[in-house]
Design a protein. Structure first.
Length: 228
């Protein structure tokens, strides 16, 4: 499990080699450094080019024989969430400051007519709480129903809430990561129709959520949640 790391910084740039100044050092200090366009990178055996949020190529900085790269570009290449707290001038690696609803990123239902993203309050209001948005899977039976969340490697955590709507049969839910690895397996029933799960998804491009029930069943499940 990746842990949250908080690094105090005067800018949103971190080093590959960490250089710590004295406690009394000024917040901003003029230095003489070089943009080094000759350095190449590999991430997990693959060629990698540092880019900013606009997609422009970034050159690493060479200073006193250390190599520096922007924190965001490096963290995202390593599949780690990164954020910037402007109020405290803090780079946060391993988590985001604010949660992001799953509906604000892509939800891929494939060709299924039994899966739909929704903001309809008849689904989003559960136990007196309005979760604002989510996905509804209907007609859940022995035939697999699923959808894919597409975090695209931008987040470290995923929180999901599952609500069975007037269940008559148990609903088996599996959440898959890369290479069909089961990240979580839960069961909804008429007596326990709400389950919450917390998942580590650092680096994952997609997360598949699969629903099954008994032959002849026709159950409905509302799923909501947030990335962080």
């Amino acid at each position: 499990m990746k842990k949250k790391v908080v690094v105090l910084a005067s800018t949103a740039t971190l080093a590959l080699g960490l250089v710590a100044g004295a406690t009394a050092a000024p917040v901003l200090e003029n230095i003489s450094a070089h943009l080094n366009w000759g350095i190449q990178f590999k991430v997990n055996g693959q060629d990698w080019t540092a880019k900013n949020q606009e997609g422009n190529k970034l050159a690493p900085i060479t200073y006193n024989d250390d190599t520096y790269l922007p924190a965001r570009a490096l963290a995202e290449a390593l599949g780690t969430a990164v954020d910037w707290d402007n109020d405290t001038q803090t780079v946060i690696i391993g988590e985001r400051l604010e949660t992001v609803q799953i509906n604000l990123e892509k939800i891929d239902a494939g060709y299924s007519s039994k899966v739909m993203a929704t903001t309809d309050k008849q689904y989003t209001v559960q136990n007196g709480v309005d979760y604002k948005a989510g996905a509804v899977v209907s007609d859940v039976n022995s035939a697999q129903k699923d959808f894919k969340l597409v975090p695209d490697g931008k987040y470290q955590k995923l929180e999901l809430d599952f609500f069975g709507l007037e269940l008559e049969e148990d609903v088996d839910i599996k959440v898959y990561g890369a290479k069909d690895t089961v990240l979580k397996h839960v069961i909804l029933s008429s007596s326990s129709s709400n389950r919450k799960v917390d998942l580590d998804i650092g680096g994952l491009k997609e997360v598949k959520v699969e629903f099954k029930s008994s032959p002849g069943a026709s159950e409905t499940v509302f799923t909501t949640g947030n990335y962080r």
